[in-house]
Design a protein around this ligand. Sequence first.
Ligand code: UT7
Length: 338
Amino acid sequence: MTRSARLAGIGSFLPSCLVPNAQLAARMDTSDEWIRTRTGIRQRYFAEPGTTTSDLAAEAGARAMKSAGLAEVDAVVLATTTPDRPCPATAPVVAAKLGLAGRPAFDVQAVCTGFVYALATACGLLAMGCVDTVLVIGAETFSTILNPADRATSVIFGDGAGAMVLRSGQAAGNGAVGNGAVGPFDLGSDGTGQDLITVRAGGAEQRRSGSAPAPGDEYFSMAGREVFRQAVEHMAQSARAVLGQVGWQAGDIDWLACHQANLRILVRLADVLGIPEARVLANIAEVGNTSAASIPLAIDQAYRAGRFKAGDRLLLSAFGGGLTWGSTVLTWPDLTHP
Ligand code: UT7
């Protein structure tokens, strides 16, 4: 028997400021129709002034701990691209807000793949016996890095947070046996694509250049069409790799729980993998693309809507800046604290 990671609780949190497409169309050259047909998004939520990523993360984390029936956890891993500050990491702040000061806490930066990377990191901590419980959070305030002059990105992203509590368990063989089991993982990156999804200013590269940032470089930018193509390709390849590791076929998957980048990407990916559209979790219409928060947010909303039964097999896959990609599988547990 080897130590494995099991899902023990889940939660999510959305900020209160609802932004429908029409509100964006009133201040930039876009339309509700363009946004809906090209992305599937109808609305998103933005954090109100004064609310930061750590606030959203702490709320989602508290809900996940409540769902797990735990008042404390041994470690906090936070996936985010919008930390409260460039330095230090935001996870220790989240831990302190949750009354967990003193516990290990650190950030993982893999943009929209962040939650899958953070889950893998947490599984490693559990497998090594470093800790017995980990709070894994994906949280973003992407509204703070969107360029108001860039309609191509401003209409896509939203703020939010999702979290899972993992606890150690025993697993035989490939680790994916039994309700609640998380893993194995397939992870990858290709830094030659760093310009496709980026914030150019504010890091060592720009500061060392000796030049002031060019206008707009402090904001997030994305080469949408090329990213779309690579997202489908890499997520399909990665999802197949993890299915191969665990010995499952596409037909064994009850739910495709992917990063909510674009509804057209979700539909295309399901088609490529041979998974019926009815098994695709999609909440992008209501929340937009919430980057590292999107997978736990989509899973938590589906869970609270009563869509899962114990033993359901979920395939998680994500693609994002870096470039990065990753996939894993999760067998739905019997959660006793809904
Ligand atoms: O989450 C991390 C990973 N991210 C992704 O996977 C996102 C992947 N990419 C996408 O989802 C899509 O590429 C976008 C939604 C970003 C863009 O959709 P698209 O169908 O690829 O559009 P496009 O960039 O090829 O642009 C088509 C047209 C252009 O006009 P012209 O050149 O054809 O005249 C754009 O200027 O649509 C225009 N356009 C807009 N029009 C109205 C771009 N953004 C908008 C907008 N409203 N908001």
